[in-house]
Design a protein around this ligand. Structure first.
Ligand code: CA2
Length: 147
């Protein structure tokens, strides 16, 4: 196990994963997804901690607490992706390498989902691969940090 510890953040409504709209977001629950991420982390030798909140300020607080405790962040900010200057400022403020992920391909959906406040301060974005977006995002973040 390396010393790397990574934080995975899920934004609003992602607690409903696997319970609603499976045609868009798939059948796995958030607990299933978090277990997969922790397992993938173990296979890569990195620690993974996951956190979900429906509240913008809680996500901002968690991002602040990441400083000194985690070396990078994978974030699916949900609808806050398209609205939250506060989450973007928090990520820019802690300046930890961040990968933005989305279950759905936000560019195939409504126009209001095409803009992300987070993309310009991220290392990169992965969108449209369901839960694989998170797993690929985690892998990409580890590769980036180990370069
Ligand atoms: O595709 C994504 O991952 C999104 O971040 C999901 C957000 C949406 O607002 C973004 O535009 C794209 C919505 C999350 C809602 O999650 C649900 C999951 C299952 C059932 C209902 C909602």
């Amino acid at each position: 196990m390396s010393d790397l510890k990574l934080l995975v953040l899920h934004g609003p409504n992602l607690n409903l994963l696997g319970q609603r709209e499976p045609e868009i977001y798939g059948n796995l629950t958030l607990v299933d997804l978090d277990n997969l991420l922790v397992e993938k982390g173990k296979m890569m030798g990195v620690g993974v901690v996951c956190f979900q909140s429906n509240h913008e300020g809680n996500l901002v607080d968690k991002i602040h607490q990441a400083l000194g405790n985690y070396q990078g962040i994978v974030i699916n900010a949900g609808a806050y992706t398209h609205t939250s200057v506060a989450i973007r400022d928090a990520l820019a403020g802690v300046n930890l390498p961040t990968v933005e992920v989305h279950l759905s391909n936000i560019y195939r959906r409504e126009e209001f989902r095409h803009h992300s406040y987070i993309a310009p301060i991220s290392v990169g974005q992965i969108s449209g691969f369901g839960v694989d977006s998170y797993l690929l995002g985690l892998q990409a973040l580890v590769n980036h940090l180990q370069k």
